[in-house]
Each structure stands twice: as C-alpha cells, then as structure tokens.
Design a protein. Sequence first.
Length: 612
Amino acid sequence: MATKIKAVIFDWAGTTIDYGCFAPIKGFIDGFKSIGIEITNEMARKPMGLLKLDHTRAIADMLPEPISEEQIMTAYGAFEKTLFANIELHCDIKDYVIGVVDALRTQGIKIGSTTGYTSQMMKLVLKKVADAGYSPDFWISPDMTTKGRPYPYMIWENLKQFGISEPREAIKVGDTTADIQEGKNANCWTVGVIMGSSELGFTRDEVKALSAEELKKHKKRVRASYYKAGADYIIDDMNELLDVVADINKKLKLNADRKLLTPGPLTTRYSVKNAMLTDHCTWDDEYKAITASVIKDITNISANEDYTTVLLQGSGTYAVESMISSLCGNDKKILFLVNGEYGKRMLTIADKLGKNYTALEFEMTEPLDVKVVEEELKNNTDIETVVFVHCETTTGIINPLKELVRLAKFYDKKVLIDAMSSFGAYEIDMPTLDIDSLASSSNKCLEGLPGLGFVVVKKSLLEKCAGNALSHSLDLYDQHKSFSDSKGKFRFTSPTNVLLALRQALDNYKMEGGLEARKNRYIENHKVLVEGLEKLGFKAIVKPEYQSHIITTFELGDLDFSKLYEALKEEGFVIYPGKLTTKPTFRLGNIGDVYPDDMIVLIKILDKLLKN
Ligand SMILES: *Cc1c(COP(=O)(O)O)cnc(C)c1O
C-alpha cells in the first residue's frame, strides 16, 4: 500500500528544459524535407513525447499517401542530423525547476526522468543541463528499454533504481499526452504542466505576444487535452508541483491500509475493490446476467428454489424497511421483539409507515426471552407477523433464532428477520425453519462493499404481497418483478460497481469454503480477540453463552474512547464506539477480511498503549 510520494519522474524537453519543446520540431521538418515532403509545425509536434523514431513513423501515418520504410529511415536520419546540431541550444532550464527539485529532495523525494530522446541525444543534454544546475538522480532512454512511451517500461526502470515497489508512490510529470499515458500505464499519479509545454507549443516571445484572452484560450485547449489523456493534476507552472505532492500525500495518508473492526463497512479484499473498475449499464445483457447470478448465489446461502432474493439500492436499513413495508399487513398486527438499537430502528420504521404493531422490549444485555414471547403470542391472537433481529449488533448478542421461529410457527405467524450482521456467517436454514423472509446487506459477512441491501423471501409470500408496499422505491414486489421479468434488470439505476464487487465477494466466499469456512474464521477471530482482551483486563458485557462471533462489546472503564480510537487508528486499526447507555463501552467487530493474526497484532498494540 502506497504511503507517501517517494519519487517524481520528470520528462525532459518541454517539461524541465527547452521551453515550448522546440529542439525536435525543426529536425522533423528538415527530415521530411529530405524526402521531398513538406510537413507543418503542427504535424511535427503532434506525436511529441514518443521515441523519436516512433515519432517519425507517427508523422508518416498522418501523410495522405503512405511512404516506404526506406523513406522513413531517410527522414529519420536527416532529423537526427538537424537535432544533433541544435540540441545543445535547447537546454535552457524551465522556470521554477531548480527550486522545486531542491524542495522535493529536502522531502527525501527522488528525482527520476524519462524521455523521447535516444541515449545518444541524452548524453549531450545531460552534460549541458548539469552545467546549468539540474541533474536528476536517474535518467533512461527508450533505446535502453524495449519500448518507449506510452509503454511504462522507462518508469519501471526509475522505480527499480529507487527501490520503489508501489507505483502510487511516484508522480510522472510531463508536457505531452504521451507523458500522461506513460504515467497512467505505469499506474503512477500523472501531472501535466501547461506553460512552456509542447502541447502549448509557443516560445516565450510568442507567449508574450499573445493577448490575455488568446493565452487563456490556448491554456484551456492544453488543459482539455491533458484531461482527456487522463491526467490526475494539471498545473500552470512547475512551482505548483509542491502543492500537488502535499495533496497526494494527504490522500495517501487518508487511504492508509487499516483494519476496520466494526460492524460494517468492513475491511475488504483487493479483488473486491478492484472489481469496481469497470463501468456497466443497468440494462446490458451481460450485466443483467451477473445480477441474476448474485441473486441466485445469495438465495442458495440460506434457502432453496422456493425463495428468491430481492436486491435493493441502499444500505441494510433500506432492505429492512422494504421488507416491513412490503410483507407486513397494513391492518394486521406485527409483533416486534426488541433488545437493541436495530430492533428499535424497526419500531421507528413501523411508526413512519403507520403499521399496526406492538413491541416487546428486553434488556439490551439479555437475549430475547422465548417464554415472554410465548405468553404474548398466546394472549394476542391478532398478531400476524413476528419480526426480530438475529444478531443484535448493538451489543453483539445472538438471539435464539430456532426457538423463536419454532414458537412463532407453532402459533402460525409469519416470521421476518433482520439477519443483517449474521447472514453468511450463521446457519439460517430458511426452508426447514419455514422462515418467511430475512434482510441483510452487501457489506457485512459477505464482505462486499456498502450500497446494496437485500431481502431473501418466499416467492409465494412475495406474490401475495403485490401492491401492499407503502413506498414506491422500496416496493419489494415491484423490485422483484423487474428482476424476474427482465432477467436481472434493476428497476431503477443499479449501483453497478457495488454489484460487481458483491459478485466478486460471493466468488471469494465460495473460494474460502462457503459458510462453514467463513463462520469458523470468525469464530477463531472472536476467540483470539476476546481471550487477548480479557488478559489485558477488558470485560465483555454479554455472557459468553449469548455472545455472537460477530462483534463484542467491552467495558471501557476509565479510558477515553476518542483517545483510544485515535491511538489505534494511528496503528492501523479502527474500532467502534459502544451504544449502551448504562456504562461506557466500546465495540470490536471481527468480521471482514481480517484474521486471527490481525487480532494478535491488535492485542499487542493495545497492551503497549495501556502500558504507556
Ligand atoms: C448493519 C445493520 C443494519 C443496517 O444498518 P445500515 O446502516 O442501514 O447498513 C441493520 N440491522 C443490523 C442488526 C445491523 O447490524
């Protein structure tokens, strides 16, 4: 993972020397003149940045009639002649370059370079420029690698020389689109410089002669071409480069590799994030097929063909709200069983929807009490649906799923479950238990990215509930109709990249060994974590027999949460505040792409922090 900028790799002519990049222009014009062809300045300049022989070929490609290989070599020979005669006259160092290079070096940043000049040409340039006070730490020519720009090989040689393994720790600075493409192909940060560039194409005197209006117009043109080439930053003059470095360093620090010990979003694998790099359309057939496969795979985790999964754009709460809105009767009574904040959130949802409901509330540190629920069901025959949270992420308690479902089914109730933080890491046999529906999301135990909620639901129930939802966008039936009628098409704009990430996350889930392997990893994470913390004197709030292997609440004692948070974040771990009102607590999740080894590292860091 990139940590900070360690190298800046400059282009030569037009970027650090030779204002306007004029040395090669006359050469190309003379070169083509030698084979009887007139080319314009503009043609001579267009392919700037490429290796000069490639540049010659690129000009030849612009000609109305093709020319022979022999003519190309003749033109190139004449080009070289003019260039060698002139090159030393074009070694002026551009504005701010020396000062900026000094400032970069004081930050420990290495100065590299790549070029379109051959090594023979570079030898003349290097000497001249060194005499004037500019010597990068490394130079290389395309003839010393197998290919020049836009191939990234010259940049790779720079990185190799400097011992840098992360291309995002390097910036490529140039004055042509070929420079930007080279940098992008190397996966470096890219910066285009406008003033004195080949893209701008003017001498200092020509720039001076331009009106302010004209100069502005030309600068806009250059900016647009760098932008189109994919530049990360576009600067007027080299003195702005130091701000660019500072800004990138800030971004790299913000994006430092951290383990999130939270209830989601979680630490995700590289492949999951990387899956987001392509753009797709909601209605594209191939994309729809991916969506359909996600629906099938999620359904198969805890159900069978009598069930389907309805994906919803949004976080988990959207799925819970959609489930309650769409699947619960509007007059018939719902019984909510509540022992934490997520249970309470469902009451808020029911209130807003104006659903007819009643709630049994329990202590947050105790599981839902089956006996009390039984009393309620026995005495209130008008209850149609029972709804509760499986793993109450508020505390980390795991509620007695099987007992509660069996009880509700004995009294012939519909059962809907918020299985947000347990789905994928606890066995929930929906068909055998006859669970009607559950809600979860992409960014919990499936280890995808946030942005998708989903409801796994009995198909027969879904059909019965057509038209029942109290919301248009959260209408589970209508959403399902779109997926089933058009083979995987989202009703409204799909979070395409998040879905692709979820597809990858499900592939990873299978590769790891499915529910059993994921569950066992979490169990092991949890065991190592709790044992380690208890050794350090932390006390878990929930009794071990009710404690999930997802997230654990610990007493904070007289520690200051925000200080603890900041200190751990500095060391690469993100923890979660507690939600208990009775005493100060904090929470540690152990789900996501984290392993027992990570827990051991955390415990060591905590130990050290506590001793200080
Ligand atoms: C994460 C979670 C939710 C959903 O929360 P969002 O912030 O909407 O993703 C709901 N219930 C439980 C038990 C959860 O853990």
